[in-house]
Ligand binder design. Structure first.
Ligand SMILES: *Cc1c(COP(=O)(O)O)cnc(C)c1O
Length: 367
């Protein structure tokens, strides 16, 4: 068996050690004689798995006690609708910082549902190559919350600060962050946020699970006619089991949390490794005249590195040869073109080294 290096933007690489453990436990989970996939979500065995996953995540991220952790379905995209439905029931407007495609989708969905929204800042005018500065943001006086995308997965644009803002009276505006492609890539001070949410399939586990970390005081603000399955308060009260949760994805995510703590050594260690991986690749891009990346240095994504070849006629050959060399899924998003190497937690440093060596060799031969 060979496992190639997988640079996919999502669903993305999972740690081999996690997959091996899941494989060992697949048919007979810890001597219980059945698979996790076959367990009742109400069984003692599964409830123990679910609770341990939550406890391990809380320990990893140092999540304060006044936050609830929800294990949901529907992907990050369903949150684009659930957020305004849960947060605008007591009035106020949703505020957005627009730095790319995912943030645009979140805004479009809120508007589609009929909510009045305010754009507090954007990077549209610079082609999404640089995040607006904190000083330039203009939130509305009636801001119920401020939404932003910490890392725009497609453009490869990442915030280098947390846009924590206060209203005129000094009261903090609840900050809502789409952290789908950067959660767990390093330490996060959760207390800066009202809500953090993330689809699992980038840096947490397999597709099918969405993590929502929500501060207590933001529960119970739903607009009328919010369905039960969309209501954070009901979901929190039911331990994310209003209906059947994605049990296997929940279990596998728990294995990833254990891996992060025990094998990697926690989020500070993960942070250092991710920094090294990204720096190496950006350096290789910058030092060549054949590859380039347009993003302002302070906002270059550590998780998703888009780059273009000097001659796009060579794109197909690059991708074909990379694939043959065991470097998978380097094609850029269809809206951007070129290449994108996603360097999530489970992508080892050796994968980055192999990619850089391949890029150098390709340039020597074709550049
Ligand atoms: C992938 C991604 C999404 C969409 O996730 P789904 O789970 O497919 O809905 C949203 N936001 C960001 C930042 C993403 O990377």
């Amino acid at each position: 068996m060979t496992r190639h290096y997988n640079f996919c933007a999502g669903p993305a690489a999972l740690p081999t050690a996690v997959l091996e453990r899941a494989q060992r436990e697949m048919l007979d989970y810890q001597g219980r004689g059945l698979s996790v996939m076959e367990m009742s979500h109400r069984s003692d065995e599964f409830v123990a798995i679910a609770e341990k996953a939550e406890a391990d995540l809380r320990a990893l991220m140092s999540i304060p006690d006044n936050y609830r952790v929800l294990f949901l379905q529907g992907g990050a995209s369903l949150q684009f609708a659930m957020l305004p439905m849960n947060l605008l029931g007591k009035g106020g407007r949703a505020n957005f910082i627009q730095t790319g495609i995912w943030g645009n989708k979140a805004l479009a969905e809120a508007r589609e549902l009929g909510f009045d929204c305010h754009v507090a800042g954007e990077s549209e005018t610079n082609g999404h190559t640089e995040v607006p500065t904190l000083e330039s943001l203009q939130v509305s006086d009636d801001a119920a919350y401020l939404h932003y995308t910490a890392n725009e997965t497609i453009g490869g644009l990442e915030f280098d600060y947390v846009p924590a803002l206060t209203r005129a009276g000094g009261e903090a505006i609840p900050l809502v962050c789409d952290m789908s492609s950067s959660i767990l890539s390093g330490p996060t001070d959760v207390s800066n946020f009202g809500i953090i949410y993330a689809g699992a399939q980038k840096n947490i586990g397999p597709a099918g699970l969405t993590l929502v970390i929500v501060r207590d005081d933001l529960l119970g603000r739903t607009v009328p006619a919010t369905p039960s399955l969309f209501d954070y308060q009901k979901l929190a009260e039911a331990g994310s089991m209003v209906n059947t949760p994605p049990t296997y994805a929940w279990y596998l995510s728990g294995l990833v949390f254990e891996w992060l703590q025990n094998d990697v050594g926690g989020l500070a260690a993960m942070d250092a490794l991710n920094q090294r991986k990204a720096e190496k690749l950006y350096r290789a891009i910058d030092e060549s005249s054949f590859y380039s990346n347009p993003i302002a240095k302070r906002n270059r994504s550590r998780m998703n590195v888009p780059f273009v070849l000097a001659d796009s006629a060579l794109d197909k050959a690059f991708l074909r040869e990379a694939d043959a060399a065991g470097l998978l899924n380097l094609k850029g998003h269809r809206s951007v073109g070129g290449m994108r190497a996603s360097l999530y937690n489970a992508v080892p440093e050796a994968a980055v080294d192999a990619l850089i060596a391949f890029m150098h060799d390709f340039e020597q031969r074709k550049g």
